[in-house]
Design a binder for this molecule. Structure first.
Ligand SMILES: C[S@@+](CC[C@H](N)C(=O)[O-])C[C@H]1O[C@@H](n2cnc3c(N)ncnc32)[C@H](O)[C@@H]1O
Length: 300
């Protein structure tokens, strides 16, 4: 859900239906809006609720059929991991906004310790736990449904917080600031975040991103924000283009026709695919100006 690739686009974008999803995601995962007693039986509310449920299910269905829900790759995950040391069998790791766990399983195969993957979408967590079992990682890798702004961890419990393409859901500054308390002193943070590569850029892509994710900024600004939040900035690197193409857009292109056929005549499904295709076109046109950047820091 965000890269712009992402989920942001989907959530936010252009369709009238898109903002609901952004609301659900960004308000912290309360999931579907709660029905107040006085609203029960209100046809407007019921209609709104059914649209929300429909789109929520649709997005879950679309993205749970592919390996990743945001740009990234096993190589990028391992490159980020190469900056992190001192993990041991008793280390506690959390992967926030883990999706179906594409990156989590790579992480698990190359680190000791136990990993909790957390995501808003139950259908992603079902897939996550099935994959952990298939890979015989289930004794130390567990997926839980939850919200990244209300984490089920104790203060100073974690050795490492991982989050690929997901911190934007609550915002980079808020995420790095609020998550810090869950890290042990000296604990690690590794997050990927949409970032500008240049100080200036064409108006079209500037507008596109400012609509999708106004907190997008340049790499030096993000590094300074991380430092300000109480981390030593250890490393940053730009994810290669293949993280967007080969590992994210191409798998989707391969399944979109079947998805549209299955949902023939459904406006929400058509808009979902149209938004993702538009986002892919924007990336192809303007990839010199933005992308995902990994930020790795250590709690001071
Ligand atoms: C762009 S996807 C990235 C998924 C995965 N990390 C990857 O790189 O493939 C963002 C993920 O954040 C999850 N998400 C969105 N808002 C969330 C929230 N408030 N709490 C927990 N997860 C959330 C979405 O369900 C989605 O799986």
């Amino acid at each position: 859900m965000a890269n712009i690739t992402k989920w942001d686009t989907i959530w936010h974008s252009r369709g009238d239906n898109a903002s609901w999803c952004r609301g659900i995601i960004l308000t912290g995962g309360r999931g579907l809006p709660a029905t107040q007693p006085e609203e029960q039986g209100n046809p407007m509310h019921e209609a709104e609720k059914s649209i929300h449920e429909f789109d929520f299910n649709l997005i879950g269905e679309y993205f749970s059929s592919i390996e990743r829900q945001g740009p990234g790759s096993p190589q990028a995950t391992l490159q980020a991991l190469s900056f992190i040391d001192n993990l041991a069998a008793d280390s506690r790791i959390a992967d926030l906004g883990c999706g179906t766990g594409g990156q989590t399983m790579v992480l698990a195969q190359h680190t000791p310790g136990s990993i909790t993957g957390l995501d808003l979408f139950p259908v992603f967590i079902d897939r996550f736990n099935a994959r952990a079992r298939e890979l015989l990682l289930h004794e130390r890798v567990t997926g839980v449904v939850g919200l990244m702004d209300n984490l089920p961890f104790h203060d100073e419990e974690l050795d490492l917080i991982w989050s690929e393409g997901a911190i934007y859901n609550i915002g980079f500054v808020r995420g790095v600031t609020e998550w810090r308390r869950y890290l042990k002193p000296g604990g690690w943070l590794a997050v990927s975040e949409a970032s500008w590569f240049t100080s200036e850029r064409p108006a079209e892509i500037d507008r596109f991103w400012k609509d999708e994710y106004p907190e997008i900024d340049t790499i030096p600004v993000k590094v300074a924000q991380m430092q300000q939040a109480g981390y030593i900035p250890v490393a940053t690197f730009i994810l290669p283009e293949t993280c967007w193409t080969e590992h994210y857009y191409q798998p989707q292109a391969a399944m979109q026709a079947a998805f549209l056929q299955q949902h023939a005549g459904e406006r929400a499904a058509e808009e979902l695919v149209a938004n993702i295709r538009h986002e892919a076109e924007m990336y192809a046109r303007y990839k010199a100006f933005y992308g995902y950047v990994f930020y790795i820091g250590r709690k001071v």
